[in-house]
Design a protein around this ligand. Sequence first.
Ligand code: KMT
Ligand code: NI
Length: 176
Amino acid sequence: MVKIYYYKEDDSPMTAPHDSGEPVAAEELEKLGVFYKYIDSQASVDNLATERQYKNRDYITLDGATFPGGEEALNAKLDVFFNEHIHEDEEIRYIIDGTGYFDVRDNNDRWVRTLVEKYDLLILPAGIYHRFTLTDDKFVKALRLFKDEPKWVALNRIDGNTESNEFRKEYFASLS
Ligand code: KMT
Ligand code: NI
C-alpha cells in the first residue's frame, strides 16, 4: 500500500525510509498535480494508457543482482535518479514488482516522500521538482509510459537553470 509522508533529513542512506512521522494526504499530492492510483490489473493500465493517449512504453528493472555492471553500476544509476530534477514531460510509472520512493517538492519546497509498491501508478507533472530511489530492498520492476517518444532529459536543479524553464514556469503558475 502506498504511504505518503514528509521526508526527514538525516544521515541514513537515501534508500532508508526517512520518515518524519508526519503523514501527507493523497489530496495534498493532488494539489501538487501528482496523480496516484492503485491499479491491480494490467488491462486497466492499458485502458488508462489508451484514454490518456500514452503511445509508448518500456520496462525498467533495478536490481542489484541482475543490473548490467553489477551493484556499483546500479548505485551510479540511483545517484542520477536521486539528483533533484524536472522534466518537460509527465513522468508516469507503474510498479509491477518491488518498491521505491518518489520524492516531490511541495509548495514550501519540503520533500514529500511516496513509498510505491506493486500495482501503484504515479504520474508526476512536467516541471515538478522530484527524485527517485529504491528502498533498502533494492529491487523494483516498473512500467514507464510516455505520451510520445520517450524523453529522458532530466534538468537538474543544482545546475541553476531550471527556474527559467518554460515547463517549470507553467507548472509553478498552475499551483495556487
Ligand atoms: C526516473 O525517471 O526517475 C525513473 O525512471 C526512476 C525509475 S522508475 C521506477
Ligand atoms: Ni524524473
